[in-house]
Design a protein around this ligand. Structure first.
Ligand SMILES: Cc1cc2nc3c(=O)[nH]c(=O)nc-3n(C[C@H](O)[C@H](O)[C@H](O)COP(=O)(O)O)c2cc1C
Length: 186
């Protein structure tokens, strides 16, 4: 197998698939949703979770205004919805009414919690950091909302019930093959 060395990173999607999450924001005056794949846990204690958002997105200034956000994880069956949420802007449409989304307002930070999400992390914004052409918004997870049966006793995803939603880029999605699930614990 031959390798080609290229200066820098010519294409973003080379390191995908990445797990999709939908960030929810509520400023009090405006609510919005933005699908993201650039998100990650940062710390156990305190529980920190971060999301990287471009200043081009309407959600960018909303997060700063709200000082909070939610991270909603939806399963593979919500692929169409997620793609639509990422194809329009909250500047032009109210995504909640446009896509008929059921949600409730979170207990800690008033962030929207999607009813269909199998997991939602409600975060208080604790910091933000400009990282090139995106900004990393760092949240402390104040509340976790979990769908019944979404996780097994060992807290891993119940893959008999749920298929994770992964993004390959260019509006292409994929999921995992549960028949290949293996435990290496002895
Ligand atoms: C699957 C998927 C993942 C995305 N990941 C990100 C991301 O990590 N960061 C980002 O700034 N935009 C990301 N986007 C783009 C935004 O979701 C998209 O531009 C959205 O329409 C912005 O909405 P807004 O203007 O209402 O904030 C992603 C889009 C899709 C479909």
């Amino acid at each position: 197998m031959g390798k080609t060395a290229i200066n820098g990173l010519p294409k973003t999607y080379y390191y995908y698939p990445l797990l999709v999450a939908v960030v929810g924001i509520n400023t009090g005056k405006k609510k919005n949703l933005i699908p993201v794949v650039w998100h990650t846990a940062l710390s156990f204690i305190p529980p920190l979770y971060a999301v990287s958002i471009s200043p081009k997105r309407f959600s960018f200034k909303l997060i700063l205004e709200a000082q909070a956000f939610s991270i909603n994880f939806l399963s593979y069956e919500y692929m169409d919805l997620v793609d639509k949420l990422g194809s329009v802007s909250g500047r032009d449409v109210d995504k909640f009414s446009e896509f008929n989304l059921k949600y409730f307002i979170g207990e800690c930070c008033e962030a929207p919690v999607l009813e269909d999400a199998y997991l939602t992390l409600e975060c208080k914004l604790v910091d933000h950091l400009k990282t090139g052409d995106h900004t990393l918004f760092i949240g402390e997870v104040m509340k976790t909302y979990i769908e019944e049966d979404a996780f097994l006793k060992d807290s891993t995803l119940n893959t008999d019930r749920l298929d994770a939603l992964l993004y390959l880029g260019n509006h292409i999605y994929i999921t995992t093959d549960k028949t290949r699930r293996k435990s290496k614990k002895s």
